[in-house]
Write a protein that binds this ligand. Structure first.
Ligand code: UTP
Length: 287
C-alpha cells in the first residue's frame, strides 16, 4: 500500500531553543533562508507524499502564513519587477496539500499525532518530527518507504550515536540486522551511557501503521507525563508486532538543538553557490 499522508507534529514548546522559541516556533527558524519546516515538507513531497497534516499549537500561526499566499508581498514584488523572488514566493503554497489541526496543550508528540488521527484512514502514514533534517541524495523518508515496501511493518529511522551522547536519545534494542535494517525487540528511552542496548539512536522520522496508531490510542495519560509515539511502538512490540529500524544514508542535523542548528546553518550555507565561498573566506579571516 502506497504511503500518501504525513503527519508533522510541530506543537512542542522548543525549550532547548529558548528564549527565541518564546515567540517564534522552532520549526520556523531558518536554515539560511528557508524555515526548517519547508525542508521537511520538501522531504515529504519528494518522497511521494500527497497530503500533509501539520499539528500546530498556540503561538504557531506563522506556519500557516508561511505556506499561504501573501497577496501584498506578491503585488509589491510584481511592482518592483522582482520576478525571481516572486516565483520563489508563489511556489510555496503549491508545495503540497496541507491541512492543519491544533494540539490544545503540549501533552507529548504521541498526543499531537492522535490530534490528527481522525484525518487518517486505515493506511500506513509517515510521521516527521519538526527538528530532524537530513541532507541526502535520496530523501530519508523515501529510503524508509523502500524498507516499508520490503517489511510491510512500521519503520523507525536511526543513526549511530557516539557513546557520550546516547543518553539524550531513544535507543533501539536490535534482535537481528540485515545491512542497514534492524529488527527491533525493544526500545529504551534515554539510557545511561553503558546501559544502552545499542549505539543506534532514534531520529524523528517514522512510518506508522494503523496497528501502531491503535496502540497509541490505548496509552493512558498519566498525571504530569506526556504521551509519546515511542509508547505506542513499545505496546505494539509487547503485543508481538514487528518493527524495523533503518539506518539512513545522509547527514542528520538536530535543528531543535542550538549547536545542531548552527552546524546545519554552516553546512547548508557552504553548499550554496551565492554564499558558500563568502562563508569559507570569512571563517578563514576570523580563525
Ligand atoms: P521534541 O521533544 O523534539 O520537541 O518533540 P519540543 O518538546 O518542542 O522540544 P524541547 O525538547 O522542549 O526543546 C518532537 C516533535 O514533537 C512535537 C515537537 O514540536 C517536535 O516536532 N511535539 C512535541 C508536539 O507536537 N507536541 C508536544 O506536546 C510535544
Amino acid at each position: 500500500m502506497k504511503i500518501i499522508k504525513a503527519i508533522l507534529p510541530v506543537a512542542g514548546l522548543g525549550t532547548r531553543f529558548l528564549p527565541i522559541t518564546k515567540a517564534q516556533p522552532k520549526e520556523m527558524l531558518p536554515i539560511v533562508d528557508k524555515p526548517i519546516l519547508h525542508y521537511l515538507v520538501e522531504e515529504a513531497v519528494n518522497s511521494g507524499i500527497e497530503e500533509i497534516i501539520i499539528v500546530t499549537g498556540r503561538g504557531k500561526r506563522s506556519i500557516e502564513d508561511y505556506f499561504d499566499y501573501s497577496i501584498e508581498l506578491e503585488s509589491n514584488l510584481v511592482e518592483k519587477g522582482k520576478e525571481g523572488l516572486l516565483a520563489e514566493v508563489r511556489a510555496i503554497p503549491n508545495l503540497a496539500k496541507i491541512a492543519y489541526v491544533r494540539q490544545p496543550m503540549p501533552l507529548g508528540d504521541g498526543h499531537a499525532i492522535l490530534c490528527a488521527a481522525h484525518l487518517v484512514g486505515d493506511e500506513p502514514i509517515a510521521v516527521l518530527f519538526g527538528d530532524d533534517i537530513i541532507d541526502s541524495e535520496k530523501p530519508a523518508l523515501a529510503q524508509m518507504m523502500k524498507v516499508f515496501e520490503k517489511t510491510r511493518s512500521p519503520v523507525i529511522c536511526v543513526e549511530e550515536v557516539p557513546a557520550e551522547n546516547i543518553s539524550s536519545y531513544g535507543v533501539i534494542d536490535p534482535e537481528s540486522s540485515d545491512g542497514n535494517i534492524y529488527k527491533i525487540k525493544g526500545l529504551v528511552e534515554k539510557p545511561k551511557q553503558g546501559d544502552a542496548p545499542s549505539n543506534l539512536g532514534i531520529v524523528g522520522k517514522y512510518i506508522v501503521t494503523p496497528e501502531v496508531l491503535e496502540c497509541l490510542k490505548e496509552i493512558e495519560k498519566k498525571e504530569g507525563e506526556e504521551i509519546r509515539l515511542i509508547d505506542g511502538f513499545r505496546r505494539y512490540i509487547e503485543k508481538g508486532g514487528s518493527i524495523y529500524g533503518y539506518k539512513f544514508e545522509g547527514k542528520r542535523y538536530d535543528t531543535g538543538d542550538k549547536w545542531g542548528w548552527i552546524k546545519a546553518t554552516i553546512d547548508y550555507t557552504l553548499k550554496r553557490e551565492d554564499l558558500g565561498k563568502k562563508l569559507k573566506d570569512y571563517l578563514k579571516e576570523i580563525k
